[in-house]
Design a protein around this ligand. Sequence first.
Ligand code: AR6
Length: 165
Amino acid sequence: MRIFVGDITTLNCDAIVNAANSSLLGGGGVDGAIHRVAGPKLVEECITIHGCETGDAKITLGYNLPAKHVIHTVGPIYSGDNSDPIKLASCYKRSLDVARENGLHSIAFSAISTGVYGYPLKAATEIAVNAVRKWLNENPDYDMDITFCCFSQRVADAYAEVLNM
Ligand code: AR6
């Protein structure tokens, strides 16, 4: 597991994970950046998927992105409810399951729900790291290279603390 500080749309890996909304038709934040760089074919493919539930993940091609695929996941809008951590952990697990189902071996995650969706950064970071660690332990036979893409130094510091780096 590694930390990258910068823009996820520059990463050349098998899949980047988009923090989308349930329509999958684009938005602001990292979602907007990914659609801008991927180009209009991405939204055309997303239209054919008919949305995604919170905590689930769907895959498309990456089009003009350096990444071959985009895995679109929908994080919870932070509410303080007990279901928030369960749904957020599910985003990481389902993204990794979808990557494996498609034979992918490198994935970069954005910090799902920590922007517009308001999830407190430290709690979200702990959930992200724990969910990824759990998946790796449950898939010991599969080679998966994991990057946590942090758009700011503040997010990177949170990951470094949780990862003990
Ligand atoms: N590369 C990497 N990370 C980024 C980038 C980028 N180019 N741009 C922003 N981030 P957010 P959410 C970080 O708000 O909270 C959208 O409108 C950002 O700093 O993008 O899950 C969707 O359509 C933050 O740490 O996603 C939904 O409606 C993290 O990405 C809604 O926002 C996530 O922030 C989803 O909200």
